[in-house]
Design a protein around this ligand. Structure first.
Ligand code: F3S
Length: 693
C-alpha cells in the first residue's frame, strides 16, 4: 500500500501551463475527443485535455510475437481469464522465417493461449499485425487502438488514435480491459499545396523527419490537417502515420473525411457484407458521426509544409533526421547492394504496383538483391491477381513471406558489413537491418525500385533514361502556440477549481529540489546495467547504486524526500524498469524534468513513481546556477510544492520567494488509485482480487 513515509512517489504530471489551462480555454482537438470516448471513470462533466492522466479502455489491443511474454506477465499477475476477448488481437509477424523449435514452440504457445481465451488469432504468414488491424477493421476511424509495438501510430492513417503500449500495459488490458494514458501535447501539422506528380506519401514523411529534425514533435500526438489532405490516398496517409513514430511522435492522426469514407466503401466490397467490423451498419455510423476537432481546439504547436514545393526525398544514412532530395543524392552515384520493399510502412498493394510500374520491362541490376514481402497474405493475393507481383519476380526480385523480416533484422537478406541498402521501410538506425557497418537509406517504393534497377540510388525517371528532376526549396514553418494560451487570461478559471483526492493519497507533495543538470540522463546512469539482470538485488542495494553511473556522489548528497529535477529527455536509453524502482528505493518523492523519454514515463507510473514535466523550471535553475562551479548533483535550497487537488506546482527559492507557479495536468482518482496500489501491476492484482471476492 501507499504510505507517505515509505513509498510515496508522488507527483505530478504536467505538461505545463498550456495543458491544464487549455481545459478551460479551448475546445477539444481530435486526439482529446477520441480519448474522451475511451476514457473510463471520469468525474461527471469532466472534459479531458492535454496533460490529464486518464484511465482508458481501448477498442482493441494488439500484440504480435511478444504475445507470449505478455501472456506470462498476465499469468504472473494472477489473472486466469482475459476481461474481454473481443478487445484483444494476437498476430504472429516478426520472426516468421524462423523455423527453429524454440520459435515454433513460442508460436504454438501463443496460438494455444489465444484459443483457450477465445482471442482473435492470426498465424504466421497472414501478415504484419498493423496491416491486419487495418484490413480487419479492428483499428477503425474514431477509435482508440493500442498495440505493444511502436508502429501502432499507423492506425492514425485511417483516423484512429493509435499509440504504443508496453507489455505491462498490454497484460493490464488483457486482465482488466484498461490501462492509463497521459494525453500528450498535440501538434497540428498542416499539409497544404498540391503534391507534385511522382512525389508520394513516403516522401512527405521522410521530408518532415528530415526538415523538422530538432525534435519538434517529440512525445507529441500529431493531428494532420490542411487542404492537401483530401487529395492524399489512404495508403499515403498510412505510410505517413506509420513513420510519425520515427519522427518522435506518440501518434499521428488524419481526419475522418470523404476520401477515407470512400476507401471504406471500397473495402466493404472486398470483405463482403458480413464482416464483423467493416459492414453497412458500421459505415453508416461512421458517415453520420464523424468526429472532428472543435473550431477553437488548442494545439501546442503548428507546423506547416507546402507540398507543392516537395520532391522525392531519401532519408539517411542511418538516421531519419538526415533527409536529402533524390536529385542531390542521385548525383553522388551511390551504388546499392540491397533494396527492400517490405514492412508495415510501404508493402500495400499500391506500393507493390508502383514499384512494379518502375521495374516493368527491366531487370534488377547485377549485384543488387531486391527483397519483396507483402504486408499481408491478402495484399499478396491481390498483387498476384493484378500481375504486379509477377512483374517484380520476373525482373529478379526475391520474395519473402508476408511479415516483418529484414525490416527488423530477422531472416533472409540482411545488410552485410560495408553494404548500402535502400529500403521502403521506416527505420534506418545503425545495425537494425543487419550489420552496424552498413549504410541504410529509406525512400518510397518508386525510388527503391528505380535504385534496384539502376544499381545506384536514383529516381524513376532515370530508369527511362531521363535526367533526375531538380528539387526546389521546400517551404515550411513552425509556430509554438503556448504563449497565446498563457496570455489569454480572460477565460481562465480560478486555480481553486479542482479534482478530488483519494483517501490515502497526499494532498500535497513537497521537497527540496536536487538539480541534476544534464540532458539525456540515461537509464544506465540511473541504474547501472550490471545489476539489471540480477534478480536478487535488495531495495537497500538499489538505493545505494541509484544514479551512481551519473554521479558517484549522488548518494552522499541526497536524502529521502528530496525531489530530483533534471534536464531534457530524462530516462532515455534501455527500457529497464529498475530505473524507476531504484529512484523509489532511494525514497525520492518526485522526478521533474524538462521532458522524459516516453518509456521511462510509462515505467514510472507503472511502478508508482510520478513524474512532472517542467521545462520552465529547468531554464530558471540553469540561469540561477550559471557560472557556479559545476556540480552534477546540486542541493539548491529551492522548494517544489505540488498541490494535487488544485493541480498547481509552486516553486520557491532559497529566500522563500515564489518564483514559478505552474498549472499541471490533473491527476485523476483512477491514476491515484494505481499509485496507491503501488503501480499498475499492483492495481491489476487488486482488481482481480476484488472481482474474485
Ligand atoms: Fe514489423 Fe518492421 Fe513494422 S518489424 S511491425 S514491419 S516496423
Amino acid at each position: 500500500m501507499f504510505t507517505l513515509n515509505t513509498r510515496i512517489r508522488v507527483s505530478a504530471a504536467n505538461r505545463r501551463l498550456f495543458s491544464s489551462s487549455s481545459n478551460r480555454l479551448a475546445g477539444q482537438n481530435l486526439v482529446e475527443k477520441i480519448v474522451q470516448k475511451y476514457a473510463v471513470g471520469l468525474p461527471k462533466d469532466k472534459i479531458v485535455h492535454t496533460g490529464d492522466y486518464v484511465s482508458i479502455r481501448p477498442a482493441h489491443v494488439m500484440s504480435h510475437d511478444n504475445s507470449w511474454p505478455v501472456a506470462l506477465k498476465f499469468k504472473g499477475l494472477g489473472a486466469k481469464k482475459v476481461k474481454n476477448n473481443r478487445q484483444i488481437v494476437n498476430t504472429l509477424d516478426h520472426d516468421v522465417q524462423n523455423k527453429t523449435e524454440k520459435n515454433l514452440t513460442k508460436y504454438e504457445n501463443i496460438k494455444n493461449f489465444a484459443k483457450e481465451q477465445g482471442i482473435d488469432f492470426y498465424p504466421a504468414g497472414r501478415g504484419i499485425g498493423h496491416q491486419i488491424m487495418i484490413e480487419e477493421g479492428y483499428a477503425f476511424p474514431g477509435n482508440l487502438t493500442v498495440a505493444s509495438d511502436s508502429h501502432s501510430n499507423t492506425y492514425g492513417g485511417i483516423g484512429a488514435l493509435g499509440t504504443a503500449v508496453v507489455r505491462t500495459d498490454a497484460a493490464a488490458i488483457w486482465a482488466t480491459g484498461q490501462t492509463w494514458w497521459q494525453i500528450p501535447p498535440v501538434a497540428n501539422v498542416i499539409l497544404e499545396g498540391e503534391l507534385p506528380k511522382g512525389t508520394t506519401g513516403k516522401d512527405i514523411i521522410v521530408a518532415l523527419c528530415g526538415l523538422f529534425n530538432k525534435d519538434e514533435v517529440l512525445n507529441h500526438a500529431i493531428e494532420f490537417t490542411g487542404d492537401a489532405i483530401k487529395h492524399l490516398p489512404v495508403d499515403y496517409r498510412l505510410t505517413i502515420a506509420n513513420m510519425t513514430t520515427e519522427w518522435g511522435a506518440l501518434s499521428g492522426v488524419f481526419p475522418i473525411d470523404e476520401t477515407l469514407i470512400n476507401w471504406y466503401t471500397k473495402r466493404l466490397l472486398r470483405v463482403g457484407p458480413n464482416h464483423p467490423r467493416i459492414n453497412n451498419e458500421s459505415l453508416e455510423k461512421l458517415r453520420n458521426n464523424k468526429i472532428v476537432a472543435d473550431n477553437d481546439a488548442f494545439y501546442a504547436k503548428t507546423l506547416r509544409i507546402d507540398l507543392s514545393t516537395l520532391s522525392p526525398y531519401v532519408s539517411g544514412p542511418n538516421s531519419v533526421k538526415i533527409g536529402t532530395s533524390i536529385d542531390e543524392l542521385s548525383s553522388k552515384d551511390m551504388k546499392v547492394n540491397k533494396a527492400y520493399l517490405v514492412s508495415c510502412t510501404n508493402s500495400r498493394l499500391s506500393d507493390i504496383k508502383s514499384a512494379a510500374d518502375v521495374v516493368k520491362g527491366n531487370k534488377i541490376a547485377p549485384g543488387v538483391e531486391f527483397y519483396i514481402a507483402a504486408a499481408s497474405s491478402e495484399v499478396q493475393k491481390d498483387a498476384e491477381a493484378d500481375g504486379a507481383w509477377k512483374t517484380l519476380i520476373d525482373a529478379g526480385c526475391i520474395p519473402l513471406p508476408a511479415g516483418c523480416g529484414p525490416c527488423i533484422g530477422l531472416g533472409a537478406g540482411l545488410l552485410k558489413d560495408g553494404e548500402i541498402g535502400i529500403s521502403a521501410t521506416n527505420r534506418n538506425f545503425k545495425g537494425r537491418m543487419g550489420s552496424k557497418d552498413a549504410l541504410a537509406f529509406l525512400a518510397s517504393p518508386e525510388v527503391v525500385a528505380a535504385s534496384a534497377v539502376l544499381g545506384k540510388i536514383g529516381a524513376p525517371e532515370e530508369v527511362l533514361g531521363e535526367p533526375c528532376k531538380r528539387a526546389t526549396q521546400v517551404k515550411k514553418t513552425v509556430i509554438i502556440n503556448e504563449k497565446q494560451i498563457e496570455s489569454d487570461n480572460s477565460k481562465t478559471e480560478s486555480n481553486d477549481s479542482t479534482g478530488s483526492v483519494l483517501e490515502g493519497f497526499p494532498q500535497l507533495i513537497e521537497g527540496e529540489i536536487i538539480f541534476c543538470d544534464a540532458d539525456n540522463v540515461n537509464t544506465d546512469g540511473i541504474y547501472p546495467g550490471k545489476y539489471t539482470y540480477q534478480d536478487d538485488v535488495s531495495r537497500e542495494k538499489m538505493a545505494e547504486v541509484c544514479m551512481e553511473n551519473y554521479d558517484a556522489d549522488f548518494g552522499k548528497k541526497t536524502h529521502a524526500g528530496d525531489i530530483i529535477v533534471s534536464g531534457f529527455n530524462f530516462g532515455t536509453g534501455s527500457s529497464r524498469e529498475q530505473a524507476a524502482t531504484a529512484i523509489l528505493a532511494r525514497d525520492i518523492k518526485l522526478v521533474a524534468a524538462g521532458s522524459f523519454s516516453n518509456i521511462f514515463g510509462r515505467n514510472s507510473i507503472n511502478n508508482a513513481l510520478l513524474t512532472l514535466e517542467l521545462p520552465e523550471l529547468i531554464k530558471l535553475l540553469r540561469n540561477r546556477f550559471e557560472g557556479s562551479e559545476k556540480e552534477l548533483t546540486r542541493r539548491t535550497g529551492w522548494n517544489l510544492k505540488w498541490d494535487i487537488p488544485k493541480a498547481l506546482v509552486t516553486i520557491t527559492n532559497e529566500e522563500g520567494n515564489v518564483i514559478l507557479t505552474n498549472k499541471v495536468g490533473e491527476l485523476g482518482t483512477n491514476l491515484q488509485d494505481i499509485i496507491i496500489e503501488g503501480g499498475l501491476e499492483g492495481w491489476v492484482r487488486a482488481q482481480i482480487k476484488k472481482e474474485g471476492a
